[in-house]
Design a protein around this ligand. Sequence first.
Ligand code: EPU
Length: 353
Amino acid sequence: MTVPPEAGGAGYRLVEDADLRGRNTFGVPARARLLVEVDTLQAIPALLGSDRLREASLMPLGSGSNLLFAADPDAVLLSIRADAMAIVAERDPRHVVFRAEAGAGWHACVLRSLALGLGGLENLALVPGTVGASPIQNIGAYGVELDSRVHEVEAWDRDTRRMVRLSREACGFGYRDSRFKREPDRWLVTAVEFALSREPVLVLDYAGLRDELAAAPGSTRSAADVADAVCRIRRRKLPDPAVIGNAGSFFKNPVVPGAQARQLLATHPGMPVFGAADGRSKLSAAWLIDACGWKGHRDGDAGVSATHALVLVNHGGAQGRDLLALARRIAASVQDRFGVALQPEPRIVGACW
Ligand code: EPU
């Protein structure tokens, strides 16, 4: 039931007993006691200061592309829909600050920046989700992690009840990690500002990207060409959530001590190993899962994508708990065979990993 706007106040709407099935890209059933849809960022101080929400446990909800509802959420769900995007500062003739509000779709943000002649986000084309979710898990793809493009993040701080701006350093970014993810009760990301360039240095080193670019006839190798190449690769490899429910990579690529990686390589010479910080090594979760025979596997309607072993899929009628059970079996088999612990990448609601 949607409560009329007068009852919610200007700039937001309250939806009681909200159906979440269409609001998570796995397409699993779940319900929230209360969902608040915020249309203008100016509404946030009064809304979050209101009696009903001041002390409530809150869960920001973007497009639901990086979460699994294993049960109904306890928290009040908050969905920011404000989606304005614009250049807000010219740092010099080449470098600008581009701002996008949290409710903007991520891919729409990439396309808008490219249409304005700005490079920097092209490798992140077609990553699902919203701008507001992008810094939380520090999205990354094809050799670029979001944090390298962030100028500042604007967020509502529930501790001090103020709108604040956090520098890139203050965001505490890591691989699929950030301060916002580690302190979920404190922050509500409201906008992200990106440092972009009119003459970007293109990042083409990720496996397959240069070849994909070269294969396109007449390619001038602009930032927009890179985005097109990334879209083509992603469309080939990653299942489209509009066609089959999924949340992208279900596991993070595990980072292990260098010695463990060398030992594994000795017995599995084909295993991809990438250098990570502090002499550690990053392994490919997709390869480990594939090697355990899971690709294309199906337990009822919960399955593993046939095109990418890292992606769990809902063939239609799976519940969140079915997908979680399958994920646990996959992780247990990788642990048994390789001695490597997998960690989920999406947020799991209503269960602990
Ligand atoms: N591989 C397999 N089997 C497969 C798929 C891949 O063995 O079914 C092996 C291949 O050897 C391949 C390697 O895994 O070379 C890496 O595969 P891929 O290039 O697809 O990258 P990934 O490590 O599986 C990561 C991100 C993706 C991102 C791609 C491209 C994580 C957890 N995932 O996947 O991000 O799109 O790189 O940059 O870091 C996401 O986070 O939701 C996501 C899709």
